[in-house]
Design a protein around this ligand. Structure first.
Ligand SMILES: [Zn+2]
Ligand SMILES: [Zn+2]
Length: 365
């Protein structure tokens, strides 16, 4: 199958657009005609080789589209179905069987190693192999080979071009609140970093009935949007000590905190801005080997810190739930999204990274 893809050829480089060839789906695989794919921070950290995904590679891991063809043994989707592509997991290990797919021990090889587990890749360019299978999809392309496990079927009338980001960034932010921290109605939460993940958390915190939702960031535009989406208080970390301000405005510390920045000092502030027995979620992906420190005596007072991958979600359960919440007006994630054509992918990178103009860029194929 001839396709067109955006390829990262070297560390830190721009996306290069080129014609590629994509194999037919093998057993358990699904060929998807990609409608659109969101750009997530992890695409850019892999471009920068924070994670050792081999290059050249087709990235993209928030794809959505229509099933074109299925391999042998695929039973849950069929040609013509609209699907959102999420992360890949094995489906058979104890974590997956217990519904904790985001903590599957095969998560890293399945999502980051650029190959199927047998070492093959479905994409070639002018006869040369290109690394693919990124998050089981490599969806910065007009066609994608996914596995049945990471296809989430959605309704036939779904607005498919908008839904790709539910597969990673938006599910990560919302799930950290709705599946992991589970704040009680009336509780307080501080969210450090309000890009697409943090803003999704703000909306989910509001939907959960949190009464004090404090957004912390250095970008005035994002803080304004956080307020529009449900933040009751915003803190500009350029000028204010966020930790002191949160402790003051909550009368001793927030019930919950969340760090999306992956900056060790910010994570430390998030934990230190919770009160005794407060719980903090670490959500951002830092460079491999990054360490951080905490005050042991401060932790002694019942504070909890937990890591959360992909919002601790089972995509086939959680993504339809988020779509239903959006329909009901409880989760207006479309306000985060800006559309680009695939050919404008490097512009989308610049608007995401440099100017912050785009919070969630979505590339239309
Ligand atoms: Zn597994
Ligand atoms: Zn992502």
């Amino acid at each position: 199958m001839d396709a067109y893809a955006a390829i990262i050829e070297r560390q830190g480089g721009e996306f290069v657009l080129d014609n590629v060839s994509i194999e037919d789906p093998r057993d358990g695989e699904v060929l998807v005609k990609v409608a659109a794919a969101g750009m997530c921070h992890t695409d850019l950290t892999v471009r920068d080789q924070y994670y050792p995904t081999p290059l050249p590679a087709v990235l993209g891991h928030e794809g959505s589209g229509v099933v074109e063809k299925v391999g042998r043994g695929v039973t849950t989707v069929k040609p013509g179905d609209k699907v959102v592509l999420s992360f890949s997991y094995c489906g058979t290990c104890p974590s997956c069987l217990k519904g904790h797919q985001a903590y599957c021990p095969s998560l890293f090889p399945l999502n980051f190693m650029g190959r199927r587990l047998d070492g093959s890749t479905p994409i070639t360019r002018h006869g040369q192999e290109v690394n693919a299978c990124f998050f089981g999809q490599s969806s910065f392309a007009t066609y994608s080979i996914a596995s049945e496990n990471n296809c989430v079927k959605v309704a036939d009338d779904a607005q498919i071009e908008l839904l790709g980001p539910l597969g990673c960034g938006i599910q990560t932010g919302a799930g950290s609140i709705l599946n992991a921290l589970c704040p009680e109605p009336g509780s307080s939460i501080a969210i450090f970093g309000v890009g697409s993940v943090g803003l999704s958390a703000v909306m989910a915190a509001k939907a959960s009935g949190c009464l004090k939702i404090i957004a912390v960031d250095r970008n005035a535009g994002r803080l304004e949007l956080a307020r529009e989406l449900g933040a009751t208080d915003v803190i500009d970390a350029n000028t204010v000590n966020a930790q002191e301000a949160i402790v003051a405005m909550t009368g001793g510390g927030a019930d919950y905190a969340m760090d999306t920045t992956a900056i060790p000092a910010v994570l430390r502030s998030a934990v230190d801005s919770t009160h005794n027995m407060g719980e903090t979620a670490v959500v951002g992906g830092a460079q491999l080997g990054t360490e951080f420190s905490l005050d042991m005596n401060n932790m002694l007072f019942g504070r909890k810190l937990r890591g959360v991958v992909e919002g601790s979600s089972t995509p086939q359960v959680f993504i339809p739930q988020l779509i239903a919440m959006q329909k009901a007006g409880l989760f207006p994630f479309e306000k985060l999204c800006t559309f680009y054509d695939l050919d404008q992918i490097n512009q989308a990178v610049e608007d995401t990274e440099k100017t912050g103009k785009a919070i969630k860029a979505i590339l239309k194929m």
